[in-house]
Design a protein around this ligand. Sequence first.
Ligand SMILES: [Zn+2]
Length: 141
Amino acid sequence: FSKDVNHCISKKLVAKAKDTLRSIALEDLQGIRGRVTVRKAQRRSLHTWNFGLLRMFVDHKAKIAGVPVIFVDPRNTSRTCPSCGYVSKANRPTRDEFRCESCGFAGPADYIAAINIAFRAEVNQPIVSEHSILQGQASPF
Ligand SMILES: [Zn+2]
């Protein structure tokens, strides 16, 4: 099941990036299972989900489609306020919720993390996957 869903997700991600002439930014997932903390009830499904496989599918399909993939440092992506930059575990009172303790900026936690990942891909020196360099594709950033 997860393999089919991962194929479906990666296919849609890459198609959208290609259609809109964008790159894909991903957290460098090495060690994600040790980093993510969730309520006990959710642990089983999270730990059995194959994030590594999803990343591999996205990278592979992006390579075929000529879409650049940028891997960014995953630290604190779900604890950093994209509005003021304040980093705190308290910014994320629940798994699904983000609320900045400093400026009050709030939103769905996954969406906030995605904003931070995109921002890091733009401003940091990204780790660009090898195929993007080999094919001479300039990043739009
Ligand atoms: Zn803030």
